[in-house]
Design a protein around this ligand. Structure first.
Ligand code: CP3
Length: 340
């Protein structure tokens, strides 16, 4: 019996709104911080399937979310493509060598890095009840490329954007390599037990309209088409953060089954733009969940009302902030579940 999250992605409006939160497993949970300290770091957790399965399930045990998102990271694909990957404390991810010219061909592939992730998926699926959906994920090629080219995060994604203009064929080749690895990785997650997958395009908002077509819509459309063809019935959620006015084109042209929207998008506007019956996911501002109080409650009710006419998965507009008080999450869930 599939849970209400899968029903919603199949286009049904369910009695209760399904809910999960991006980054629901993570630093706002004391049980996560404890296990991370025991294991020594974030990547140590990700590559330890038993520990990663436990972390994936922690927020389900505590809050009963409808979806369990695999505990991993979008940067596992660059690691598998042969870049070194580590996290600098207090700073963020580092990838070496940075692919300033897009030349990925000399890297030595290490697709074995996918194996522990698949094992995590299988462990989690085996431990979840049938009402909870196992969500796999990957980064979208554009967002992953921004990290691979710069060798780290950046404010304006300048290194990747300028490479895409300077040498479009080298950049297309890099996007193609990421795309192929991502397809293999997502198919592997599905075969291990993922029941839906999400494509995170956190930096989709930094591209001009023509570049958005080429580097966001086209690769996501190709990935979605292969998943639909090779694993029919597995829904794909696309999350092109910051896409704004380009969201309707993304929804139409990629073929994704559900559209993730960030907090800068007006729910009433996007509801009017999308085809009837297209499932949406989002879009509470994570800062409202951090702040709590009447502002949180009003905004949550506003989102529920705006999407009452279409299939809707309640979520944040981006990842939960690490300082979010747990009682705020509990209050939000009461509202979404119609208990308060
Ligand atoms: O949503 C979940 O709970 C599942 C796990 C998940 C993580 N990262 C765990 C994580 C998912 C889906 C991601 C996606 C991800 N990773 C994205 C796309 C979504 C987004 O947030 O925009 C991006 C851009 C990354 C790359 C990444 N990973 C960065 C830039 C950082 C450092 C920033 C930070 O918050 O420290 C990470 C680390 C990371 N990924 C953490 C977690 C729980 C924090 C690790 C820790 O210190 O414990």
């Amino acid at each position: 019996m599939p849970g209400c999250l899968l029903d919603t992605l199949a286009g049904q409006r369910t009695a209760r709104r399904p809910v999960w939160l991006m980054r629901q497993a993570g630093r706002y949970l004391p049980e996560y911080r404890d296990l991370r300290a025991q294991k020594g770091g974030f990547l140590e957790l990700v590559y330890d399937s038993e520990a990663a399965a436990e972390v994936t399930i922690q927020p389900i045990d505590r809050f009963g979310f409808d979806g369990a998102i695999l505990f991993s990271d979008i940067l596992i694909v660059p690691h598998a493509l042969g870049q070194d990957l580590w996290f600098e404390a207090g700073e963020g991810p580092r990838l070496a060598p940075p692919l300033v010219d897009g030349a990925w061909e000399g890297l030595e592939r290490a697709f074995r890095h996918f194996e522990p992730i698949y094992r995590t998926v299988t462990l989690v699926r085996g431990r979840l009840g049938p009402e909870t959906t196992m969500l796999g994920f990957a980064g979208s090629p554009w967002t992953v490329a921004t990290y691979m080219v710069a060798g780290q995060g950046s404010k304006d994604q300048g290194a990747a954007r300028s490479l895409a203009y300077r040498d479009p064929s080298a950049f297309a080749s890099l996007i193609g390599a990421i795309e192929a690895a991502t397809i293999e990785y997502l198919l592997g997650q599905i075969d291990a037990g993922a029941e839906a997958v999400q494509l995170f395009d956190s930096w989709a908002g930094s591209l001009s309209p023509a570049q958005f077509e080429q580097w966001v819509i086209a690769p996501n459309a190709r990935i979605t088409a292969v998943i639909h063809e090779r694993r029919p019935g597995i829904p794909v959620i696309g999350f092109p953060k910051g896409a704004g006015a380009k969201l309707p084109a993304y929804a139409r042209e990629t073929g994704v089954d559900g559209l993730g929207i960030d907090e800068t998008t007006d729910p009433l506007w996007i509801d009017g733009e999308l085809p009837d019956g297209m499932p949406v996911q989002g879009n509470l501002d994570p800062m409202l969940l951090l702040a709590g109080g009447p502002a949180l409650e009003d905004a949550a009710r506003g989102i529920l009302a705006a999407f009452s006419g279409r299939p809707h998965i309640f979520n944040l507009g981006h990842g939960i902030d690490k300082s979010t008080p747990i009682p705020h999450v509990e209050r939000l869930l009461e509202i979404v579940r119609g208990e308060g």
